[in-house]
Design a protein around this ligand. Structure first.
Ligand code: DGT
Length: 246
């Protein structure tokens, strides 16, 4: 087996503000054999800075696509999904760092979310809420399937960690962190995203289109626990992950 195929690729999934980044940092610190690639939220908050080809004229302001999407979902959700999925695709296509490939023990590359939650959580939800119309949803699915099929094993995962918490708990955490763009978010929206996560990862009732996703191991962790500041809870959760992906 070569170095790349020995590295397991795992994504952390869960509702907005459940604590994916916090948990990812814990995993990163849990050992040499774990590498985390954070989600590029800052790219969505400043599109031009993220795209090196674009030169701004002095009058032009930068685009905060996250904010635009929340302010006018019908106008901007499709654009948002193309950009978020493209940035996730880029992340998943990057080869793992050398230290993981040289590792003798199980090495794990961890992503915060994935091209699969882009589709089966957010794009699907946006379609069901009417923020993507049926044409946009069809076009999205067409290029998404095409890219996943073309890239094949390079963008496949070996597992998912689902940080599961009630939408109420996520709403509280969202309020505490106070991200400007999310100010107007309502509990209803987190409810719909919670249902999408449950349908995909627990009930398995979401219709997925890729064979490798159908039997993907999913580790469900109780993220309703206050793990951010409690070292005992952290140690317990990390142990569960290590046993699962041994
Ligand atoms: P964490 O670490 O669990 O607190 O996670 P967050 O909330 O920092 O990260 P995430 O991925 O749940 O979402 C970041 C923001 O971007 C949040 O306002 C939701 C939004 N977002 C992320 N991905 C998508 C997407 O594919 N579509 C849409 N419409 N919104 C997205």
């Amino acid at each position: 087996m070569d170095g790349i195929s020995r590295v397991k690729r795992v994504s952390i999934e869960g509702n907005i503000a459940v604590g994916k980044s916090t948990f990812a940092k814990l995993l990163q610190n849990a050992g040499q054999n774990w590498e985390v690639t954070p989600e590029p939220v800052s790219k969505w908050q400043n599109v031009e800075e993220a795209t090196s080809q674009i030169v701004l004229s002095p009058q032009q302001t930068t685009s905060n696509l996250l904010q635009m999407m929340y302010q006018d979902p019908k106008r901007w959700s499709y654009t948002f999904q193309t950009f978020s999925c493209m940035s996730r695709m880029r992340t998943q296509l990057q080869p793992p760092p050398a230290k993981l490939m040289q590792s003798r023990d199980t090495a794990v590359q961890v992503y915060e979310r994935s091209i699969y939650s882009d589709r089966y959580i957010f794009a699907l939800n946006s379609f069901e809420l009417g923020a993507l119309n049926s044409t946009e949803w069809a076009v999205y699915q067409d290029w998404h399937s095409f890219l996943v099929e073309q890239f094949g094993p390079k963008v496949q995962l070996e597992g998912i960690i689902y940080l599961r918490a009630s939408p109420q708990v996520c709403m509280e955490r969202l309020g505490k962190r106070g991200r400007e763009e999310e100010r107007g978010l309502q509990l209803d929206y987190l409810d719909t995203l919670h249902v999408q996560h449950e349908n995909w990862l627990i009930n398995k009732s979401t219709k997925v289109h890729f064979d490798h996703l159908k039997n993907l191991p999913v580790l469900v962790l109780d993220a309703g626990l206050e793990f951010e500041k409690d070292p005992e809870v952290q140690a317990r959760l990390i142990k569960e992950v290590k046993i699962f992906f041994h």
